[in-house]
Design a protein around this ligand. Structure first.
Ligand SMILES: Cc1cc2nc3c(=O)[nH]c(=O)nc-3n(C[C@H](O)[C@H](O)[C@H](O)COP(=O)(O)OP(=O)(O)OC[C@H]3O[C@@H](n4cnc5c(N)ncnc54)[C@H](O)[C@@H]3O)c2cc1C
Length: 350
């Protein structure tokens, strides 16, 4: 029996809501669905909203009871905002977000490049806007929950998929046990580790790169504008790179490359995080400014894709279909483009 955690996730700036699970006993038996979507990340929710916009019903299945742990995707492109406008959440993103269009690149302490992304007074959206992923997921979820064509099921984990003649049979585990759901189409938007991809024994192609990066979100008051900062071969981290981004709610992201051979476990030790973040603050002239850690994680770069995204009645999308290095604002931005395209194509087929 799937028992999702009901303890609210920790965060300095975001209060996690814990939703009630959808239980089969509280609902009458249902006939076959036109579309079921496994996963309530950006890919899953935008697919549901796009389908609904074209009049197609869907069921969204998600094992969790809360939004994304930690900020994860924070930089959203103008194209993403156009897609989010189509599904009705662009105003909320704009209200809470920090727009920007300048970037500064430093090599060994010297500024060597200033990026200026074009922005015209007639442009509706900035080239990039920073919003933490929990907020983006909250806005998308609330739009899904308000839509009569979307049946959103918290606490519902897909455990098995069987391809039948022209439809998929999906086993779903809930806090009160399993049930079976039939769908003409199953959209696998179940993330980078996609359990559905693994269960179907599908292999991704491409490359995984050596080397790790730490992402640390800290609460700190820095008198700096919302501009991307990139440091190459800096004095405290020779041969490596560091990125900094301002996030809403007084948070800054410090994203630094680890020296070869250092393990993620070592890098996430509190002493190690503290020493490196203090070194970075010192380098940019803000030594001693008090800060508090909100969330940290380690990632590595991968360029992997499934050779085909459609397998019988199962369609892979977002990170379940392909994994891109997250620098260069790929990941969630790519997932939106997938979902926007899949939404109208699938609606047309249905
Ligand atoms: C540290 C970090 C920083 C990032 N920074 C950026 C950035 O700045 N910009 C950017 O664009 N991207 C960024 N990304 C990437 C971005 O977060 C992902 O690319 C994006 O969330 C992918 O969306 P998705 O919907 O495909 O998958 P996910 O968001 O991973 O969602 C997967 C969903 O599937 C669900 N699921 C899992 N198993 C099952 C199951 N058995 N049954 C049903 N559902 C299941 C999960 O609960 C979840 O709801 C970052 C990621 C990380 C980790």
């Amino acid at each position: 029996m799937h028992q999702p955690t009901t303890e609210p996730r920790p965060s300095i700036y975001y209060t996690y809501r814990v939703f009630q699970p959808w239980l089969p006993s509280a609902h009458p038996p249902q006939s076959r669905h036109p579309v079921a979507i496994a996963g309530s990340g950006p890919a899953g929710m935008v697919t549901a909203l796009e389908l609904a916009r074209h009049g197609v019903r869907s069921v969204v299945l998600t094992p969790e009871l809360q939004f994304s742990q930690g900020s994860r995707a924070i930089c959203f492109t103008r194209r993403s905002m156009e897609i989010l406008q189509q599904v009705g959440v662009a105003d909320l993103m704009t209200e809470g977000g920090l727009p920007w269009r300048f970037g500064n690149s430093y090599y060994r302490g010297q500024r060597v490049f200033r990026m200026e992304a074009p922005h015209d007074a007639d442009d509706r959206f900035f080239p990039i806007i920073n919003v933490q992923q929990q907020y983006m997921e909250e806005y998308l979820h609330d739009a899904c929950a308000a839509h009569p064509l979307i049946d959103f099921r918290w606490g519902n984990k897909v455990t098995q998929v069987t391809q039948r003649d022209g439809y998929a049979e999906v086993r779903v585990d809930t806090p009160e046990g399993e049930y079976t759901l039939q769908a003409d189409w199953l959209v696998a938007a179940d993330g980078g580790r996609s359990p559905i991809r693994t269960a179907m024994n599908l292999q991704m192609e491409g490359a995984s790169y050596e080397g790790f990066f730490v992402i640390a979100d800290i609460q700190i008051d820095l008198p700096l504008p919302t501009e991307r900062l990139a440091f190459f071969d800096p004095e405290w981290n020779p041969g490596n790179t560091i990125l900094m981004h301002r996030e809403p709610h007084g948070i800054w992201r410090v994203d630094y490359q680890l020296p070869p051979g250092e393990t993620p476990e070592d890098a996430l030790r509190p002493e190690s995080l503290k020493a490196r973040i203090n070194a970075q603050l010192k380098m940019i002239g803000h030594a001693g400014v008090p800060w508090e850690m909100d969330w940290c994680s380690v990632y590595s770069a991968r360029t992997l894709t499934l050779p085909d995204y459609v397998h019988g009645s199962v369609i892979f999308t977002g990170d379940a279909a392909h994994l891109l290095p997250i620098f260069g604002v790929r990941g969630a931005n790519t997932a939106f483009q997938d979902a926007q395209s899949l939404g109208w194509h699938l609606a047309y087929v249905v």
